[in-house]
Ligand binder design. Sequence first.
Ligand code: SF4
Length: 244
Amino acid sequence: MKIYKNYISFGEENILWRKNGVAVIYPAESCGLDCIFCSLNKENPGYDMTSGELAEWILETHADSVEWCGTPHPEEAYKVVTAVRKYMNKPFILKTAGIDSPEYLKNGIDEFFDIYLPDIKFADKSTAERLCGDADYPVKCHTALTEISEMNSETIYENRILKKGVLCRHLQLPGELQNTLDVLSGYKKYFFNSNWILNIMSEYTPPGYRKNRQPLPENLCSLLIGSEHQKALDYAKLLKIKLL
Ligand code: SF4
């Protein structure tokens, strides 16, 4: 299997790890989108690792949890989870762009992954088309989250670490406040009654790697300003959305 990168992250949400971090695995072709602000170098051919080698690496890290990014190679992911589980019982997280098909979600996520970590990126077609090239993103995301809401009802914490449940992420983009407010309105409307947690992420940084890519629009060339993020947090509070 081709891997873009595997590393230990100490930057994930603090409910996902304690002191040893999260073992993150990015298989190649991991997300199915083409966001214009993506910081991954998708021309990087990656390197080969077998499921056995990945399992061995995870065990050596003693990480507090394991994050599998993206939905390709489900059978490889399941092999890794099975191999690791023989030796340690840590939460396995499936991080995705939020557009997984219901078929994929029905076939294994409950059995192999404890935590679903989807993005909710864009609320409307034109923003999605403009920023990730897929106008259907909002519909696909809604379909995936609806499927998950029907499957994964339990939220379990142990010593303030999430062991099972759903944590949604929305990366707020500079100059795109209306999109963030619309994402929050949709989340409130459709998923408010779930016991999920939402993280409105403010850590956007313009990507450094731009080879063979179209120039970024001006608003995406800077960091998110604090006042813009505060407006999003205030709106989420108004809607009584449970934030991280
Ligand atoms: S979802 Fe978008 S930003 Fe994330 S890896 Fe895929 S293309 Fe890049």
